[in-house]
Design a protein around this ligand. Sequence first.
Ligand code: FAD
Length: 616
Amino acid sequence: MKHRNFDVIVIGGGHAGTEAALAAARRGADTVLITHRFDRLGEMSCNPAIGGLGKGHIVREIDALDGAMGRAADASAIQYRLLNRSKGPAVQGPRTQSDRALYRAAIQNIIKTEPRMSVIEGEAVDLLVKNRIVTGCTLADGSQITAGAVVLTTGTFLRGVIHIGQRTIPAGRQGDPASVRLAERMDELGVTLGRLKTGTPPRLDGRTIDWTRVGQQEADAAPVFLSFLTEEMSCRQVSCGITATNARTHALIDRNLTKSALFGGQINGVGPRYCPSIEDKIVRFAEKASHQIFLEPEGLDDPTIYPNGISTSMPEDVQVELVQSIEGLERCRILRPGYAIEYDYVDPRDLRPTLETRDWTGLFLAGQINGTTGYEEAAGQGLVAGLNAAGRALDLDSAVFTRDESYLGVMIDDLITRGVSEPYRMFTSRAEFRLHLRADNADQRLTPKGVELGCVGVSRRTAYEAKAILLDRARASAVSHTMTPTEASRLGFGLNLDGVRRSLFDILGHANVDPDAVFGLGELSKVAPPILRQLAIEARYAPYLARQAMDAERLRRDEAVRIPETMGYDALGGLSNELRAKLERSRPATLAQAGRIEGMTPVALNQILLHIRSGR
Ligand code: FAD
């Protein structure tokens, strides 16, 4: 029997697994990624797009920590769009539609050039466990691999079942086998598993679409890149088509509802509320006469079209009728039917903030296995788990991300304190410090931390430091250049004539001041446009951030109050049975985490604090 040893093993080469393995390797761990097929690394199982609202923030944070997703998205971007462009920068979401094959190639290239990382094609079927410590895994061919830490990122593969109408196929996703033996092993270990579902639309042959009968959505004229390192566009930009369902589509779905796997009773897993199937939408929003569909090209040299908005688990013949009922798609051919997939996930309340399982030392979980959905959410968790797996194997510091510094922190904290009742996806509304957690400043928030953790390479560090120096200088110039209200009004800035001298930084923060007029003044006239744009965003948010700082300080104080792992909630008075059960279930590590548990009351929180202070 073959036997090999590494510092870190990552099982699963999806978005979580690739970032996990790359992060562990960047941190110095000798890392192996075990996955079914090398050529499917970087596969986008569903829509050909990276980023968006909330998700674009995560991509920028991954990038700030030198992860792969942002660079691969830029290398394959065929349509850049900044979502929420008309709103404030805090809620703007950079997004790309990507050429699927180019995205895969970009990820595979990054992996090939990472010196401390190797890939083994195979299926992990068992975990090696000794005294509650996970020491490696066994592959289907019987070989064993040992390591100081194991990261499990099996996505939708644990006992995955595809549903197309009444037809069910055991599979991890279209064309890939389900992971059944590993799921059985998780059962044996006593890991709490639940069942979730998601779905995907049929893929269309773009050559059979009547493009003259659908609307067009063009790429942004001024692209906003996903990676802080990207300086120019790699690919030609293309438009998307826009069409919509109609009364005929809705009547057809209504008539065939019982044939849908979703409504026919075969599926028990809970699906994402905000990303419903078309049959779900027709039932839940019966008053709506039509639903928009974006026709997204899957690649520059690929006729495949992804119809965003009609995910379905109807039988194939109904899918053909459904598609052909839509304007512009009357003669459209389906290349691959849509389907729903049900899979096992692990209750994330069993995890620590490092994404290590509480009960099994050395076992980390990341991605869809933790009840999330989306490439970005998976990749973000992968990065954090990879950094910590390297930390566990090499005895380095933990990498914990907090809610006031990152969306990564928000996501992990939400998962481990509240668990999930449906597939979790990121929204900007989940972040209470969102005015600070902007996509534009992710590098300032996280690259220095990444340098300290040892996961940021030389070229990013150099680029970041050069930018930070320029930004500091520009900020200092803007703060030191002051003027009276009379001088300001002579320059056309409509400020209060209150006699108070204001700096250019203050003036830039005024909503009714045109930043371009300020950029031409004094030393600022010599500063490069990207630095000026960053400065203007900072100035605009500065007054709000000063107010938010107090909340952040309160949060940090509560995060510093540790709750012992052995805390017995039974002994505490003043807690309802329900709250006691929730505390027992998620075992918060800090007072702040306890405060975020649903239904927590100030009285109960105070009881916990008193108990900790009494040292009992
Ligand atoms: P995956 O990308 O699923 O990767 C898992 C990897 O693990 C695969 O490479 C697999 O080969 C490998 N693997 C599994 N088991 C083993 C094993 N035992 N040994 C070795 N390797 C193994 N997200 C959205 O945001 N919106 C959507 O609408 C949406 N729809 C989806 C529809 C479908 C049908 C599917 C399948 C996914 C959908 N997703 C959607 C989710 C998105 O694809 C995932 O969130 C994301 O890919 C999860 O990344 P991951 O790394 O956790 O897992």
